[in-house]
Design a protein around this ligand. Structure first.
Ligand SMILES: CC(C)(COP(=O)(O)OP(=O)(O)OC[C@H]1O[C@@H](n2cnc3c(N)ncnc32)[C@H](O)[C@@H]1OP(=O)(O)O)[C@@H](O)C(=O)NCCC(=O)NCCS
Length: 190
């Protein structure tokens, strides 16, 4: 089974998601400081009971499949404490991986997000024959844009009508980094 390994070393590590992470995931995804920036499942608030069913029956069984919609999911740990989540899925026809990441609000601004994404990039380029890693970021999400630019991502596309938020369209930018660029940049981020 893919994904059942710990990634990274030192203060920040990524470990595979497990059943008892449910409360942490529920809290993170429905935090008003996280959900406006993310686009992942389960898309709209549901009760904890329904979330538990969805998490165990539909989400967890798929998280080790690199091309599944949820892709591989990791819990980001900072000094042994749960700090966030990240993951990726692969679009094989384009040899490209799409990543996502979220840090709990109390732990933001300490470099955890940048480091976690760097660990994820190392893993993806080492283990999978992809040429590109990509991330879609809403244009109002300046923190995430800064994070990606800092570690070497470049803009690769623009979607003017990416989503509808509060009755208005919001735009998003696609960021990408190639295997070659990460080979050059990655050493600065390890
Ligand atoms: C985006 C997110 C993961 C960043 O995590 P983090 O651990 O705080 O990131 P870092 O501490 O590594 O900071 C990344 C950069 O953003 C910068 N930054 C922090 N807050 C910022 C803000 N409000 N505006 C602009 N830049 C900001 C930091 O200064 C840092 O750059 P620096 O190292 O050059 O100073 C976190 O804010 C989050 O979970 N947001 C909600 C979910 C989300 O947006 N996910 C991404 C969807 S595309």
């Amino acid at each position: 089974m893919e994904g059942k390994i710990w990634l990274g070393a030192g203060d920040i590590k990524l470990r595979p998601l497990q059943e008892d992470d449910l409360d942490f995931v529920y809290k993170l995804w429905y935090d008003v400081d996280t959900s406006p920036f993310s686009d992942g499942p389960p898309y709209r608030p549901i009760s904890l009971k329904r979330f538990k069913e969805w998490f165990s029956d539909e989400f967890l069984p798929k998280v080790d499949q690199s091309s599944a919609p949820g892709g591989n999911v990791y819990v980001i740990e900072y000094r042994g404490e749960k700090a966030g989540l990240c993951g990726f899925s692969i679009e094989w026809k384009r040899l490209s991986a799409e990543i996502w990441y979220e840090i709990v609000r109390e732990m933001r601004g300490r470099g955890i997000g940048s480091k976690a994404v760097s660990i994820l990039l190392d893993h993806i380029f080492r283990e999978y024959p992809v040429r590109m890693v990509e991330a879609d970021v809403y244009d109002y999400n300046k923190t995430s844009q800064k994070l990606l630019e800092k570690i070497g991502f470049e803009t690769a596309g623009f979607d003017k009508y990416a989503a509808m938020k509060n009755g208005e369209y919001v735009s998003s930018t696609k960021y990408a980094i190639s295997r070659e660029k990460w080979a050059r940049m990655g050493k600065n981020n390890r």
